[in-house]
Design a protein around this ligand. Structure first.
Ligand SMILES: *Cc1c(COP(=O)(O)O)cnc(C)c1O
Length: 377
């Protein structure tokens, strides 16, 4: 079922600057996992997002797995998590035998609703059974409303983990999402705002977390020459070669954000006047990177529904995708508890992600917009 598109949703965008670091890695013969590129990438990344410490990993999913384990999530423990997200936010809860409880979105940023979160915590405190963790997801390049989320977690002393895989470069009241909770996770998967083809970063202000995560990610090897192990670990570290790609990509991050925001501005210019189309709002609390340009389609007012638009674009070899299907609607999580859900359901029913790559040309944005305008007429 591989369709090739002329215009893809969010293809990798290399700069050329990556080569310098990759060549350094080759010349030092440091192709193996770990090495100086990894250390430099961690240091530079921590500086860019303003975190105390950072750990480079083979994926964002690995980072979430380690973060959940470090706050003590185990068999039978509840974890409250955004329902509107990619499944990687939730799978690691299951790896540890935990039970996800899904929390609906609000309409201002489409992210986790702080009021529903607090309600769920109040109710669980009353029952004397608080969750082991909260996972907040920052979707499509925009931070969730962190202040009230942090306040609710503090009130009940529940650790907050941030899934910032889609939000590198975003801001929340001057801070980077991912650096506000006890740990945050970023991804460098091929479709993210910067990429190493695959990879992730775990950040924390308290370096104890990254020190413990570093050990777990390296087969939990004890500091001894003879490979001593007292606990079970993972092989989750990033290779030196991919860290070199990441260092080059990190240098063009601001440029990538500007390009994606420009795409959004052009879509809004071309489509903003059409009835029934509503772009994802940019909340007042910070910068949205517009990693993806997303909108909702009211079929009555627009005259065609989301799927009609997506299919028309596909017929023109243009890739568009529905918004994330909420986790509480996924067969794999059937029967699990959900708090609210109607907002995420309506966003899924009407929501569409448009081609948003930082290498997209203005004429390509115009082609996409023309197909959509045509459907309205
Ligand atoms: C991409 C993504 C991840 C996982 O990242 P990988 O590096 O692919 O493991 C996690 N959460 C969200 C919301 C994502 O979009």
């Amino acid at each position: 079922m591989t369709t090739t598109f002329d215009i893809s949703l969010s293809p990798p965008h290399l700069d050329g600057a990556e080569r310098r670091f990759v060549e350094e890695a080759f010349e030092s013969n440091w192709i193996a996992p770990l090495g100086p590129q990894v250390e430099a990438f961690e240091r530079e990344f921590a500086e860019v997002v303003g975190a105390g410490s950072a750990l480079a990993l083979s994926s964002g999913t690995a980072g979430l797995h380690l973060a959940l384990q470090l706050v003590g999530v185990g068999a039978g423990d509840e974890v409250l998590v955004s329902t509107l997200t990619f499944i990687a936010s939730v799978n690691p809860i299951r790896y540890l035998g935990g039970t996800p409880v899904f929390i609906d979105s609000e309409r201002v940023s489409w992210n986790l609703d702080p009021n529903l979160l607090r309600d769920a915590l109040v109710e669980r405190a009353r029952r004397g059974r608080l969750p082991k963790a909260v996972v907040v997801v920052h979707l499509y390049g925009q931070s969730a409303d962190l202040d009230p989320i942090v306040a609710a977690c503090r009130e009940f002393d529940v650790p907050l983990i941030e899934d910032a895989a889609e939000a590198l470069g975003a801001s929340y009241r001057g801070r980077s999402p991912g650096t506000v909770g006890c740990m945050g996770v970023f991804s460098f998967n091929g479709n993210k705002i910067i990429t190493t083809s695959g990879g992730g970063m775990l950040v924390a202000n308290d370096p104890d977390y990254t020190i413990r995560a570093r050990k777990l990610a390296t087969q939990a090897r004890e500091p001894a020459a003879h490979y001593e192990h007292v606990e079970v670990g993972y092989n989750y570290r990033l290779s030196n070669l991919l860290a070199a790609v990441g260092r080059g990509q990190l240098r063009v991050l601001e440029n990538r954000i500007e390009a994606r925001r420009r795409n959004f501005d052009r879509y809004r210019e071309r489509l903003g006047g059409l009835p029934g189309l509503t772009f994802m709002p940019e909340a007042a609390w910070g910068r949205h990177t517009r990693w993806l340009t997303t909108l909702t389609v009211d079929p009555e007012r627009f005259g065609a529904d989301r799927e009609a638009i997506r299919e028309a674009l596909a017929a023109h070899r243009i890739e568009a995708r529905p918004l994330w299907k909420p986790m509480h609607l996924q067969p794999v999580f059937q029967g699990l508890e959900t708090v609210g859900g109607a907002v995420a359901e309506s966003l899924f029913a009407q929501g569409l992600c448009l081609p948003s790559g930082s290498s997209l040309a203005p004429v390509q944005v115009d082609r996409v917009a023309d197909v959509i305008r045509e459907l309205h007429r």
